[in-house]
Ligand binder design. Structure first.
Ligand code: AG3
Length: 283
């Protein structure tokens, strides 16, 4: 018997991974949570049937969403992470000894529990004493924050279901207010490739451009997400993602990364023409 996980990437395209074993399935108040094991990608986590991470390629996503803002901000001490209950972003953040506090706001406590149990390679630093976990809707949490954070990382699901609010104008406005005057926000920005994802990515970019003085988009290839071509948003009040990168300083930290490096940092902001055009259309 063959067992396969399939995510529909468009009405006409499916992506499948052969499954060895299903390790967990459960329904929380918010979503269906599954963990599978596979030969090709190791363990992987899906929410409502959408791929969140696999052990094989999560390093690309987590390093790119974390180290880009951390290398640009000259002194990031107070960090807010929204979503990210799998612990991947926190794992990368805790590697910086200069970070003083990490507030993790995850709407679904069960995602954290399941990740701790079945995904020890990502959920391995959630017990760090600098980490404070709040089980709450990020949209509501951030309304109460003002001038508090140096970096905000929005590690959301797609813009429907529990993560929908994390793509709204109101939310980006709250992020701006929650950041200090030189703060940076980075978010998971969908893909430019398939029509529906591209439309979501344009909507999101438009709202961020309206909410921040500096807003650029960068890319990475993530094999298990739709089309494999994925974008992140970099929004900031003061720092430019490329001109304000202090590569020497970051390299002096001596962090060993598998994907991110400071040359790739600069390159990641150079986008294909069709993507630049889509962004320009909404700027
Ligand atoms: N965040 C979800 C990225 C979107 C994936 N979309 C999809 N498969 N349709 C990933 C969380 C990792 N910490």
């Amino acid at each position: 018997m063959e067992l396969w996980f399939t995510e529909r990437h468009t009405p006409n395209v499916k992506f499948s991974i052969k499954v060895d074993r299903q390790l967990y399935t459960g329904q929380s108040e918010f979503q269906r949570i599954d963990v599978f094991d596979s030969k090709e990608f190791g363990r992987f986590l899906t929410l409502d049937g959408y791929m969140m991470l696999t052990e094989k390629d999560e390093f690309i996503y987590h390093e790119m969403i974390t180290h880009i803002p951390m290398a640009v901000h000259p002194n990031p001490k107070n960090i807010l992470v929204i979503g990210a209950g799998d612990g991947g972003v926190v794992r990368e953040l805790t590697r910086y000894s200069t970070v003083e506090s990490i507030d993790l706001v995850e709407i679904d406590e069960l995602v954290v529990e399941v990740s701790k149990k079945y995904l020890p390679t990502t959920a391995c630093r959630l017990d760090d004493e600098r980490v404070h976990i709040f089980y709450e809707d990020g949209v509501k949490f951030i309304r109460r924050c003002e001038n508090k954070y140096d970096v905000i990382i929005v590690d959301s699901t797609d813009p429907f279901g529990p993560g929908e609010g994390l793509f709204t104008k109101e939310f980006y406005g709250s992020c701006n207010k929650a950041l200090r005057e030189d703060g940076i926000m980075v978010n998971q920005h969908e893909s430019p490739f398939y029509d529906e994802d591209a439309a979501a990515m344009q909507r999101s970019h438009k709202r961020i451009v309206e909410s921040f003085p500096i807003s650029r988009v960068y890319q990475a290839h993530i094999p298990t997400y739709p089309s494999g071509h994925w974008l992140f948003g970099f929004a900031s009040k003061k720092y430019h993602p490329v001109h304000d990168l202090n590569a020497t300083k970051w390299n002096m930290l001596g962090l060993k990364t598998k994907y991110y490096n400071t040359k790739l940092h600069t390159g990641a902001f150079s986008l294909p023409n069709y993507v630049e055009e889509m962004l320009r259309d909404v700027e």
